[in-house]
Design a protein around this ligand. Sequence first.
Ligand code: ARG
Length: 568
Amino acid sequence: MLNFKEEIARILAEKIDSLSAEAILPLIETPPSETMGDFAFPVFSLAKIYRKNPAVIAQDIAKTIDDPLFEKVDTASAYINFFLNKDVLAKEILGELYEKGEHFGRVDIGHGKNVVLDYSSPNIAKPFHIGHIRTTLIGDAIKRIYQFLGYNTIAYNHLGDYGTQFGKLIVAIDKWGDKEAIQSNPIRELLKLYVKINEEADKDENLLAECRYWFKELEEGNPRAVELWKWIRDVSLEEFERVYKMLGIEFDTYKGESFYSDKMPTEVAKMEAKGILQDSQGAKIVNLDKYDLQPALIIKSDGTTIYLTRDVATAVYRETQHQPDKLIYVVGSQQILHFKQLKAVLEEMGYDWADKIVHVAFGMVSLKDGTLSTRKGNVVYLEDLLNKAVDKVRGILDEREVERGAAIENKEELAKQVGIGAIKFQELFNSRIKDYTFDWDTTLSFEGETGPYVQYTHARINSLLRRGDFTPVKLDTSRLVESEEVALLKALYNFTDVVVDAHDKYEPFYVTRYITELAKSFNSYYNKTQILVEDEELKAQRLMLVYGVKVVIKAGLALIGMAAPDKM
Ligand code: ARG
């Protein structure tokens, strides 16, 4: 498909001696309103060179441009505005659509590149709650977006399976544990035990010492401790995997923090050798003054390592294994300092790839209604949230069956696709760094800017295509002239750019918003225009356009991990 921005840059470069096409390309903008054209080029940067009023420069350049790509080129003060020739636009899009079908819009910019992603990464024996849902869904969407652009992704679930809490759990299981109860409900039972042992150990020094002792035993490979640790990890992982399965989310590996424990000494030795490790009241730290960061604690005064130390070893391992383009971590904004320190420590160690580290941070979620509130000890489990969404959608579908007097095919599957999809959509509808409030009513509504609305639009198009006996055709583009049709063509053309932007900024919500707007544009077109007209040729063209909308909505939904049911 023609890249119009590149074409414009090439044409402008022929007119402007002092700027190359490469320099012009990033300056080309998409104007906020249609009246300003499809693309605009601000000439401010030329004012110095030409020593003329920018508006005059713009006019001088615009006058000389005569290219079949454009219907019109004009100016508005310092901007040159380009209005695309609709025929060219339509031909480009519909040609590509005809050739690529379901693969419309893909570009292979990630060809041959690896990207490592770290997301979800819950902690064993601590709750997998509504906060974890964000890293899980944002991480999965970023993975899908990178894959769409041709990258090879490696998804790590950096399980919190290491640390002093395991000493506590071992003691708690010995004292009060009911293995069967744990087996059947691991996350909840282990959390209960963890809360209880913390309460008791707060009051009892001896008990605390016992917990420390067992953690040390675990680290030194005491077989009973190791066996118990393994069991705790296995039963917890089984439960996490059940939830991931509901979500349709997969990881390439569950190498958790424990995996890197034997890889830390090498890195600590490297810090020693580099002379960057300093003693500080019995602990060992790396000074990060020159980064304007507080010192990074590497070894605690009792000789144990911390989360950061494990992340140093983890990053080195991933870099060595995959030589990735990027090491992406999708973790809440509470850990901004942690990742700055991680990057700085790696730099201090002389790892020239430290700048591959990308912390994709996100804000907090809170709940609007009290039904799932996180009051003390009353955590929100992701699985409960998902089940509740599915139940609610099933209820809506039940009502519909009564209204229509007809059964809905695949009701159970549909309830899952819509219910779980609605949660994903809602999670991915805003800039990730924004805190937001979760609200059931907006999430599950079939109207407005929601997942069900977009899915429903897709199903609606599907039924239209069925009724119109759609088969892809090569098009004579001169017939799609309605303003809504032109708007849809442009929107389709923008799809790839939107995905590339989402990839640049690690912002899945670009995709979510885009498909929502596309669905809205389609619906207003559909309400205004008859698509299944008598004129067979016009009908074929309109159906092809509408098919394009369907392909893009479906691809967009897939990028944020949502199913696109054919019927709803
Ligand atoms: N387990 C951590 C938490 O829940 C997140 C781990 C993120 N990944 C990493 N490599 N630090 O807070």
